[in-house]
Write a protein that binds this ligand. Sequence first.
Ligand SMILES: NC(=O)c1ccc[n+]([C@@H]2O[C@H](COP(=O)([O-])OP(=O)(O)OC[C@H]3O[C@@H](n4cnc5c(N)ncnc54)[C@H](OP(=O)(O)O)[C@@H]3O)[C@@H](O)[C@H]2O)c1
Length: 314
Amino acid sequence: MAPRLSEFARGIARTDSAILPGTGWFDTIRHMPIPLLPGLLRMPVLGLGTWRMGEHRRTQAAELAALREALDIGYRAFDTAEMYGEGGAETLLGQALAAALRGPLQREQLCVISKVYPHNASTQGVVAACERSLKRLQLEHLDLYLLHWRGSIPLAQTIEGFERLRARGLIRHWGVSNFDLDDLQELAALAQGAACAANQVWYSLTKRGVEFDVLPWQQARQMPLMAYSPIDQGALAGHAGLKRLAAGIGATPAQLALARLLGEPRVMVIPKSVDPVRLRENFDAASLTLDAATRRQIDTMFPPPQRRVPLAVG
Ligand SMILES: NC(=O)c1ccc[n+]([C@@H]2O[C@H](COP(=O)([O-])OP(=O)(O)OC[C@H]3O[C@@H](n4cnc5c(N)ncnc54)[C@H](OP(=O)(O)O)[C@@H]3O)[C@@H](O)[C@H]2O)c1
């Protein structure tokens, strides 16, 4: 049966209850966090992206307001990088988090993710880059620290840096981004490589190649896949077929795009928005369960891969 508006409204009520002080992690059905291995940290299936934030002084006030709004809505996972606005996004996120943490929000309720530039990913470089990120974020630790993409520095050196950070308690977990299957396999064969906790890749309805190989490989190892650009940087919100389908079930095209990805085990999505209405809209997608008929219609418009496809890179 297609999701009805009333179900949607209940989803909103559930997510609201999850932001009450003291409730801790999302204990709602659709916002159920997925465990981040190794260790006990869990991350919500939907977080907020911050690419393009902190780039221009004239837009910073609106971006900071959006981050505060996101926290009010109930976003608890935030994805950023030293690259975004050359530290500007981390600085803004740090301001929003610091303000929220002065209230009832507990640090343990958050999952903060940042990324190191490949050219900073030597053993010493990764430690120094993380310390700079933490300063901008006004935090004592990151929940997850990712290698943004593969560069020329040997992975073993980067892992050594990550492990030093972990030993010092500056990061809880480390992972990678833009890694295709062969990169993941190479990583897994290295000493400590199996400690990789997540891989963040471009995964959207038009970029489903990962479903053929990367996602099953990660699922077999209980390694979450973080979908970046999950609404194709806004483009899927204007897709005519998705619009028609969404209108019939009281949802929006962006929500269908997000909810379809969240139908796959161990997938989390990190849509970015600075618009209060779209922030709420995207957040509520995690409360939307698509029925089999809706999934089939989406899959007809955006067929899953039948053969290996090289990883899409944003
Ligand atoms: N690891 C990597 O290499 C990598 C690469 C790319 C992205 N990322 C991460 O993934 C995050 C998300 O990816 P993304 O920012 O590239 O793309 P996205 O989340 O797919 O789309 C963001 C764009 O779509 C618009 N938008 C958001 N929600 C919408 C909605 N409901 N309806 C219509 N338009 C909507 C946003 O505009 P408004 O802000 O005006 O709403 C923004 O322009 C990034 O912010 C970043 O944190 C990582």
